[in-house]
Write a protein that binds this ligand. Structure first.
Ligand code: NDP
Length: 254
């Protein structure tokens, strides 16, 4: 019997944490749809690795900060599901795409606030709402939050506030979507060495060392530390995990 493969859609899958999530989720036997904002080549490289390893993958362009583009993305997704996956729906949506901006609270401009809100909260809220009709029962939503929703680092007040809001949103999604068999969880990474925020944690020795001192496992996080947790949430083994915030930080600021 041909068992229908599960499909996970991961936003921001071209680089960093989203790339690792895509690779690890594919390694669990799911097919992947990943999105990117501008780095098509990077996204296609991730697609190629997944295909080489035997799963199907497609990369689609999407600006998750622009709600007005979601309707046409929905149409594209529908077409791709039919033509490339012989499917009508996805099983998991991972809201990962994001940016980091460091500005002290006293100096945070409305523009910065709006940029962070559009991508980290409004985009996550309305993309999930738009794609809800395409989400299979017994699937789930994984929202990527941040350790910065629990602890603080100067300069991240707007960012941390948006991630806190996403954790709240996750509980509401779990409450309202449970009746459809849809689980919603938040994964909150600690500081990870990626391009995020201009690569500050990776490239600035002082910051890197400060972060290391704050982590009980005594090293700074790598993208490879995160994807497997998201992949696990997209499996049957996680079928009873719902409405949770799972921090993946090596024990940062405990
Ligand atoms: P990266 O900068 O390495 O990657 C960002 C990804 O998001 C890329 O795929 C990028 O696409 C995509 N992206 C950026 N802006 C948009 C947009 N407007 N629309 C659609 N896609 C977009 O970041 P990370 O991998 O480090 O971060 C991923 C998530 O993890 C974010 O939500 C972040 O807040 C969160 N996080 C990160 C931590 C860290 O220390 N790195 C810690 C805690 C949470 P493209 O390649 O095309 O530009």
């Amino acid at each position: 019997m041909d068992i229908q493969r599960k499909i996970a859609l991961i936003t921001g899958g071209s680089r960093g944490l989203g790339k690792d999530m895509a690779l690890k989720t594919a390694a669990k036997g799911l097919d992947i749809i990943l999105t990117y904002r501008s780095k098509k080549e990077e996204a296609e490289k991730v697609v190629a690795i997944i295909k080489e390893n035997g799963q199907h993958a497609v990369a689609l362009q999407l600006n998750t900060a622009k709600v007005s583009g979601f309707k046409s993305f929905k149409t594209t997704l529908q077409e791709i599901l039919e033509s490339e996956y012989n499917a009508e729906k996805i099983d998991f949506l991972v809201n990962n795409a994001g940016i980091g901006i460091n500005e002290p609270f006293a100096e945070t401009s409305e523009e910065t606030f709006d940029r962070l809100m559009n991508i980290h909260l409004k985009g996550v809220f309305f993309l999930t709402q738009t794609l809800l009709p395409f989400l299979n029962e017994n699937g789930g939503i994984v929202n990527i939050s941040s350790g910065l929703a629990r602890f603080t680092m100067p300069g991240y007040s707007a960012y941390g506030a948006m991630k806190g809001a996403v954790e709240s949103l996750t509980r509401y999604q779990a409450k309202e979507l449970g009746k459809f068999g849809i689980r919603a969880n938040a994964v909150a990474p600690g500081a990870i060495e990626t391009d995020f925020g201009g690569g500050l944690v990776r490239d600035n020795d002082k910051v890197n060392n400060q972060v290391k001192q704050a982590i009980s496992l005594n090293r700074v996080g790598q993208a490879d530390d995160i994807g497997g947790v998201v992949a696990f949430l997209c499996t049957e083994d996680a079928k009873w995990i719902n409405a949770q915030r799972i921090e993946v930080s090596g024990g940062q600021n405990i």
